[in-house]
Every structure is written in C-alpha cells, then in structure tokens.
Design a protein. Structure first.
Length: 409
C-alpha cells in the first residue's frame, strides 16, 4: 500500500452478520450506492488509534452490505467507503476532504482520527453542507462554533478524566495530583477541565505541565513530579507518548499510587508494556465487557466476536466508536427514508437511542449543536491475573467487572 493511494471499496464480504441491523424486504432488484468519505492515518503519529477506528468503519460496511444494504424510501443502498491516508497532517486533511466532496462525490463523511484533524476537516464539511459523524474527536470547541452538520460520537473532552478522579477520590480523597499532558488541542481541552475538577473535589494539584507530543524522554518531567511529591498522575495524549510516559514512570520507580492516561492504556497494544502497564487506568469510551442493551444493531458480545474474528484482536474504543458512527448514520438514513442531507440531519437531531456502544444523543441548541449529550465514559485498568494482564472495568461501580486495584504497586 502506498502513502497517497485512495481506496473506494464496495463489497459484501461480511465477517459476521446479525439480524435486525437493516430492514428487509426491499423490492429493488439492484442496489443504489451511498458513498461515505473520510481520511485515516495509515501512516504518521496517529496511526495506532486511527487504524482501530478505520477497522470499525470497515466492519460496519461489510455487515451492512452483506445484510442487503441501507434501506430507505424503497431503495437499498450498498455502502462504499472512499478514503485516503492523511499521514496525520492537517494540511493533507483539508486538501483530501475537499477532494472527497468534489471529486469522489461523497454523500456523507466520517471524521479523521483526533480533535485537531477533525477541526480542520469540519471547515470543509460545513462549507459544503456535508454531514460528518465525528469519532476520535472529543474537543468541545469544535462543536461550539455554530456548525450545523457535525455529530459527535465521543463523550466530550471536558468530561474525560472526571470518572478517573472520582474513582481516585474513593481510595485517596486528599491525593496530590500531577497533571502532565500533550500539547495538542484534545489533551489541552481535557486538562483544562481536569484542572478545575481536581480542586473542586478537594484534591491538590501539585504539578501541571504540557509536553510536546513528540517527546521521547520524559525523565525531566518525571523528576519534577517526584520533587512535587505527587502520588497520582493524570493526563497523557495519544498512544505513542502515553505508552512511553507509562514505561518511563515505571523505569524511574516514581512513587505514584495511581495513574490514569488518555488513549494509550485502552489499546490492546498497551499490554505489551508488561509490568509498566500493571494497574494503569484509562478513561474509555467503551469496553468489550460492557453490557448495554441496544435498541438496534448488535449487542456488545456480538460486536466483539465479529471484530475479533475479522482482525484477530480485542476491539478498542476507537474501533467501537468507528462502528457506532456507521450505525448511527445508518439509523438516521433509515428513519428519514432518504439520503437527503437535511432530512438525515433532522433525524440525527432527534437521535436518543441505546446501542452496543452505549447511549447516544446530541445537543441541538446553536451554541453546541452536535456535541454528544448521552454517552458516558468507563474507567478501565490493566490488572495482573496470574501471568496475564487483563483489562477490567473499574468505574463506575455499577458497571465494574473488578474493583479498582490501588495502590499502583
């Protein structure tokens, strides 16, 4: 595969079908086509997280097409995915989303992975009045600019670390917290809200510093946290920096009792860190152990089984978010009975449903249109079970599969 190729894929190669995803009984002999365009980071710094999201899109596409397509207004639409490698670069995102709309004639859009890239894509999607379902993009600001066609699948960044801090409070109400976060739009938005929340629940923020997303040596930052006598670390950014930070915290034997990092610990790949990963937590948009009872589409087990069969690994929340983005768009099209963008947008505005991914509802007032209003985070933790590392849900308690392991070591 080359870095600048474009794939337009249509097909009916299902990895695992399930009943009830699409309506049946269409009288149309030959299916029409609906094209959904997006970019993905096949290469670049965001590759690990983006590929999971991309796999979710593909699995949804394969299952829909195998089940007969999206049915609306007496027609059955096969799903085509048109996409490019954005190389994790904003300038390519702007160029490629224009191309998806003007040359590839995309009917709808999915977002790239990350808040920064999505903010760039949103300029183009709004300019051309194209619905874009965003996943992997949780910075609140993008949804507070008067945009009309963006719909967010993720819990907003402003609420990302509140669950982790609530869990920490149950075991250490007066924790001394270090906040170390990547200097990018998403992580800074999370940090801004977490900074206020730490103090509001009676904890002390003893260290607060951003780092370059490309950082590979966290030694100086870790030494500052140790000097500040921090006993809890929150923050992070994406996979590469978060995994490196966790490993170097362990190597430095930093006396921390609690760690919760964005993105990285939720990835199945994080377990390859071995002892460095033990008892590290992460806010997660979804976990395979979830027990949500969907109004439509697969249940969590069915989705998980399908994903493992297709890709040979556990689905991350990036994968679940990608699949759910397709599911919600499909539901809106079927409810609208058309692929007319304004009518589909009207149905998205009315969305208030439970899926395998959890509750989905969007704010519709002009000050925050499309911001996710229904979905809640879970807190996952890598716990050692014999010789194995197992990812457990530890918060909220109502959905926990294991108690929070505390302290860290």
């Amino acid at each position: 595969m080359t870095k600048q190729h474009r794939w337009i894929i249509a097909g009916a190669m299902a990895t695992l079908g399930f009943a009830g995803l699409v309506a049946s009984g269409s009288s149309v002999a030959a299916a029409d086509v609906v094209t959904i365009g997006f970019t993905e980071s096949e290469t670049g710094a965001l590759n690990v997280d983006s590929i999971g999201q991309f796999n979710g899109f593909r699995l949804w596409r394969d299952q829909v097409n195998a089940a007969g397509g999206i049915t609306a207004g007496g027609k059955s639409y096969q799903v085509n995915l048109a996409f490019y490698d954005d190389q994790s670069k904003p300038d390519r995102v702007q160029q490629l989303y224009s191309r998806l709309i003007l040359q590839d004639n995309a009917d709808f859009l999915f977002s790239p992975y990350s808040s920064g890239l999505t903010a760039t894509a949103a300029i183009i999607s709004e300019q051309y009045g194209k619905i874009m379902i965003t996943t992997g993009a949780s910075e609140d600001k993008t949804y507070q600019l008067g945009n009309k066609y963006l719909y967010e699948m993720y819990t907003p960044a402003s609420a990302y670390l509140t669950g982790a801090l609530d869990a920490l409070k149950t075991v250490h109400p007066k924790a001394r917290v270090a906040l170390a976060y990547a200097d990018d739009a998403f992580a800074k938005a999370v940090a801004t809200a977490a900074r206020t929340y730490v103090q509001s629940i009676g904890m002390e923020l003893v260290f607060d510093e951003a780092y370059a997303p490309s950082t590979t040596d966290f030694g100086p930052l870790i030494n500052k946290m140790i000097s500040a006598k921090a006993d809890a670390l929150i923050g992070g950014g994406h996979y590469a920096d978060g995994a490196t930070l966790a490993r170097q915290v362990y190597d430095h034997k930093a006396p921390l009792d609690f760690i919760s990092l964005l993105v990285a610990p939720d990835s199945p790949k994080f377990a390859t860190l071995g002892e460095s990963a033990v008892n590290v937590t992460a806010p997660s948009q979804w976990a395979p152990q979830a027990t949500f009872k969907p109004d439509f589409g697969p249940d969590p087990k069915t989705f998980g089984d399908a994903y493992r069969k297709a890709y040979g690994i556990e689905p991350s929340y990036h994968a679940a978010g990608g699949y759910a983005a397709g599911l919600i768009l499909q539901h809106a099209i079927e409810q609208a009975g058309t692929i007319d963008p304004d009518k589909v947008a009207a149905r998205l505005d009315q969305t208030d449903v439970e899926t395998f991914y959890g509750h989905v509802r969007f704010f519709t007032d002009s000050s925050r249109h499309g911001l996710q209003a229904g979905h809640s985070m879970v807190i996952v933790q890598w716990q050692k079970k014999g010789d194995q590392l197992v990812k457990e849900v530890v918060w909220p308690r109502a959905g926990a599969t294991a108690p929070l392991a505390y302290p860290l070591h």
